[in-house]
Design a protein around this ligand. Structure first.
Ligand SMILES: C[S@@+](CC[C@H](N)C(=O)[O-])C[C@H]1O[C@@H](n2cnc3c(N)ncnc32)[C@H](O)[C@@H]1O
Length: 297
């Protein structure tokens, strides 16, 4: 169960990773440029799946074993955390939170960022544990300080680790969010061709929908006349991967006013979509910027 949900067989560190991180860094620059003129808000960067800051890891899971990258590439890699901390024109958040389930990865990240820490006013917070728990804490803190904090949240997992209720907790907070949705690489694989949803609970907690609602979104019934009379078959929709991205965007629209209904599509080397990178905000200009970035990368 764990492997199908959390270890998609894609090459992390491939072109799609760079496209995703470039798009995100562009958005962060635009966001901070706007927030700089708005000194009233204290800005928070919340990185829910921060990683170790390295592309290569000693992890022996099949996913990591596939990395196959050169030493040169490894040295050049700049993850989201490092990119956010080295933006041009001294653009910076006030507070930085880095979350990761693996304590040793966070330690590595802390070491890697130690020089950059000296350039920032407030100490970085490294928070080990499940991102879902930390998202609930963030939401609560933001609600208690409603007119003080604006946060930009990056959720960049490999798999389906994010529960809908964690996303939902951010309702009515001043939060902009980018989420990597494993549309092609995992969710589509859980949507069995004949509607046999063995991972129904995972799908339900991911979308925040009931099994019936999920079935309605991805399956339809068709009748065929056979020698033995009319028979009904349950079929999966065509273009399910695009449908997953659309449904997730629709779900986000129940929390945020502005969502990229055409998210950034990230493909493997064969042109098959593996992830969609979705943006949501309550600010119309923010959506306009995100859409322009998605078109340009
Ligand atoms: C794709 S990597 C992050 C890459 C990183 N954003 C970057 O730009 O280099 C995913 C990370 O999520 C962590 N992770 C997996 N499940 C998690 C969870 N439930 N909560 C927090 N972190 C988790 C893994 O340990 C891994 O380091």
């Amino acid at each position: 169960m764990k492997s199908i949900l959390e270890e998609p067989e894609v090459k992390w560190g491939g072109t799609w990773t760079e496209i995703k991180l470039d798009a995100f860094a562009k958005y962060v620059s635009a966001y901070l440029n706007i927030m700089r003129k708005n000194t009233y808000w204290k800005t928070i960067y919340f990185d829910g799946f921060a990683g170790s800051g390295e592309r290569k890891t000693r992890d022996v899971s099949p996913l990591y074993q596939q990395l196959m990258i050169t030493e040169q590439e490894e040295k050049l890699y700049k993850g989201a955390a490092e990119r956010v901390l080295t933006l041009p024109n001294n653009l910076s958040f006030d507070y930085h939170y880095f979350i990761d389930a693996k304590e040793d990865s966070l330690k590595k990240l802390e070491n890697k960022l130690s020089e950059l820490q000296k350039t920032k006013k407030y100490p970085f917070k490294f928070c080990p544990g499940d991102s879902n728990q930390w998202l609930l804490k963030l939401a609560q803190a933001m609600k208690e300080n409603k007119n003080s904090y604006a946060s930009l949240v990056l959720l960049d997992p490999f798999g389906m680790q994010i529960n809908w209720e964690s996303i939902e907790s951010l309702r009515d907070t001043r939060t902009d969010i980018w989420i990597l949705v494993p549309t092609g690489v995992i969710v589509n694989r859980l949507l069995d061709k004949s509607c046999n949803l063995t991972h129904s609970h995972k799908l339900q907690s991911f979308f925040g929908l009931s099994e019936d609602e999920i079935k309605q979104a991805f399956y339809y019934k068709e009748s065929h006349l056979t020698l033995f009379g009319e028979q009904e078959a349950t079929l999966k929709v065509t273009k399910p991967i695009e449908k997953i991205a659309k449904l997730y965007a629709q779900r986000l629209k129940t929390i945020w006013t502005y969502v990229t209904e055409e998210p950034l599509r990230l493909e493997n080397s064969k042109g098959v979509p593996i992830f969609h990178f979705v943006f949501a905000s309550n600010n119309q200009s923010a959506l306009k910027i995100a859409k322009q970035i998605i078109k340009s990368v």
